[in-house]
Design a protein around this ligand. Sequence first.
Ligand SMILES: Cc1cc2nc3c(=O)[nH]c(=O)nc-3n(C[C@H](O)[C@H](O)[C@H](O)COP(=O)(O)OP(=O)(O)OC[C@H]3O[C@@H](n4cnc5c(N)ncnc54)[C@H](O)[C@@H]3O)c2cc1C
Length: 207
Amino acid sequence: MFNLRSIQIYLTNQTAPTVWVQSGATLGELYYKIWEKSENLAFPACVCPTLGIGGHISCAGYGNLLRKYGLSIDNVVDAKVVDASGRILDREAMGEDLFWAINGGGAASFAVVLSYKINLVTIPNPVTKTKTRQKSSTVVGPGVEEKRLQIVRDLYDYMAAFVSNNPRKAYLNCRDVEIGSKSEGNSVDAYNEAKIYGEKYFGDNFD
Ligand SMILES: Cc1cc2nc3c(=O)[nH]c(=O)nc-3n(C[C@H](O)[C@H](O)[C@H](O)COP(=O)(O)OP(=O)(O)OC[C@H]3O[C@@H](n4cnc5c(N)ncnc54)[C@H](O)[C@@H]3O)c2cc1C
């Protein structure tokens, strides 16, 4: 996989930019290449830059854009694999069952994935950038604890102006407080039930 790490970004269709990314590339390499093209595009996946595309996507992949754009596999549109007979197959050739299996089922059981074709999603311009520096001190003496606490309080005061007072609309929300427990019934009922609470809680970020 080490030699399979090319990343080709296609921006010709601006409404749905796509990328063919080979399985040996890392998430960090993918994010960097996307950033080189546009600060307003992203791929929903883990924040850890060292993970490999092959293992991360084939195991589903969740990250900070989950709430808004779903898992990594929700944004996979095609793939190329080598099957046990040595054939190289794309989505059409492999069929929907195998394509489904390599998107969340742990691809190693089914084929070797050479590359995935993914859709990029749009993200807003960053509204805040901060850089925090703190000098480390090994001396622990009288008043040091209070001094450190004051540094943290000062930081909180400084940051207050930049932090949303409505974190419920944030991209990343805790899912354990998301939509409560699901009652029995079909999925449409469950969705409509969740919507009553979900739209109040997450606003436009519910769907
Ligand atoms: C520090 C850290 C943070 C993490 N954070 C998150 C997170 O926030 N969200 C999340 O969803 N997951 C997270 N994970 C889990 C991570 O997504 C999985 O461990 C993933 O399987 C790693 O993939 P890899 O390619 O780097 O690892 P590998 O160990 O190389 O691969 C994992 C599995 O996938 C198979 N595989 C890899 N490439 C291919 C291929 N091309 N074709 C077929 N099979 C292949 C391997 O055979 C192996 O069974 C994290 C893991 C770590 C170590």
